[in-house]
Design a protein around this ligand. Sequence first.
Ligand code: NDP
Ligand code: 8X3
Length: 250
Amino acid sequence: MTKTALITGATSGIGEATAYEFAKQGIHLILCGRRVERLHTIEEALKKLTVVHTLNFDVRNKQQTFEAIASLPENFKNIDILVNNAGNAHGLDPIHEGDIDDWDTMIDINVKGLLYVSKAIIPQMTERHSGHIINIGSSAGKEVYPKGNVYCATKHAVLAITKGMRLDLNPYGIKVTAINPGMVKTEFSQVRFKGDPISDSVYKGFKALEAKDVADIIYFAVSRPAHVNIADLLVYPTAQSNSTTVLKEQ
Ligand code: NDP
Ligand code: 8X3
């Protein structure tokens, strides 16, 4: 039976690559993000492969989030796969120099936004006794690195929420998975460093993961047989061995 997936943060990086991967597999798509033009460009491209609907909302806005999801047309209302991917780091500063607005932004998007979207969708999954939630955590949810403080805290929270969801939703036959990548070359560092050219140096001297590498893994997780749940997966680029150790060419 054809499945429907809702992907947050589908306008770039891991979310966009996941949309392409799912579309190739014929999964019907609900693509979410704030940048409406990008949503439409991606929709136009993917319409050749599958059925696509777009939702334009900011996950920080509770009302917008619930209204957007409630507005889904009948043929998109039953969501089988939720990919909670929207998120970013904002800033990289020691805790005593951190910007409070950056902290608010990361907590509001990465933690509260993920919860709002989940709250809007989970009741239909519990009612149908089926569904799969993929939460995009990070290696930063497993370890804390210098200056990573609040971003790492949000990703630790994503992991705790994932574990909580798995416990609470297991009786309803709902799978819950955390996919935790190390360094992936996306727009992530441009956002973190607010367009500062320093963002160009982050992925220099080694082969970082590509968004497609993570998308392949997400599709692998959602395509396992009914009795198999990938609970928690950590993936690094080969050159990376933990959050602070990356083999770079000089
Ligand atoms: P990108 O910056 O390329 O993508 C982030 C996506 O999140 C965009 O589509 C953006 O869409 C969306 N987004 C951001 N803020 C909001 C918001 N307030 N409301 C709705 N959507 C929002 O980064 P990545 O693809 O790398 O990041 C995706 C996820 O992967 C994040 O959760 C990130 O923490 C995680 N991750 C990334 C890693 C990396 O090294 N790149 C490693 C580990 C985890 P728009 O701006 O259009 O709203
Ligand atoms: C993104 C990976 O190491 O840049 O979550 O924080 S890292």
